[in-house]
Design a protein around this ligand. Structure first.
Ligand SMILES: Nc1ncnc2c1ncn2[C@@H]1O[C@H](COP(=O)(O)OP(=O)(O)O)[C@@H](O)[C@H]1O
Ligand SMILES: [Mg+2]
Length: 156
């Protein structure tokens, strides 16, 4: 069973189709890159996976479960995390608070302490800057927070 399986996915914005018949699989432990020109639909594919845009047809399964019609919060709650392009941090909140927001779902809250340790091992700078407002970090440090916020939520 694949970790993520996308079958014949079509999606877009209103009348405008962007994804046509996309099929792909991601196995556990695998790193998969999607490469394409500007506007090709890479971000839209990730948005469809995260429930931010609704597929018009096709199927997405995660860990064997059909998530095609689930709302975004339910998808996050199952451990499928989207680290957005452009960081999208809460700039007036501290580094710690941003990481805490990554573990917003009930199931993720339970594992937050352990996941926070993983984040700090990955990016020791974030432990040093725990109390600093995210908006005052350098660009690279903000990117660490965006990735760290994603790593704050895996469900063990
Ligand atoms: N919110 C939106 N409303 C309407 N069209 C959009 C929206 N977001 C993206 N698009 C369009 O969908 C297409 C794919 O965009 P996108 O998935 O962001 O491409 P990529 O990430 O590969 O650069 C583009 O033509 C873009 O203009
Ligand atoms: Mg994009």
């Amino acid at each position: 069973m694949s970790l993520i399986a996308i079958e014949n996915l079509c999606a877009g914005y209103g009348e405008i189709g962007v994804l046509f018949d996309v099929s792909m699989r991601v196995e556990a432990g695998e790193v998969v890159s999607i490469i394409g020109a500007n506007g090709a639909g890479k971000s839209s594919l990730l948005k469809a996976l995260s429930g931010l845009i609704r597929p018009s047809s096709g199927k997405i399964t995660f860990n064997g479960e059909d998530i095609t019609k689930l709302p975004a919060d339910e998808i996050v709650g199952r451990g499928l995390i989207h680290v957005p392009e452009g960081r999208r941090l809460f700039s007036l909140m501290t580094v710690f608070e941003n990481l805490e927001m990554g573990a917003f779902s009930k199931r993720a809250q339970k594992d937050f302490k352990k996941n926070l340790e993983d984040v700090h091992n990955l990016f020791p700078r974030l432990k040093e800057r725990e109390k600093q407002l995210a908006g005052t970090l350098s660009g690279g440090e903000q990117q660490m927070v965006a990735i760290g916020r994603g790593v704050s939520s895996p469900i063990k």
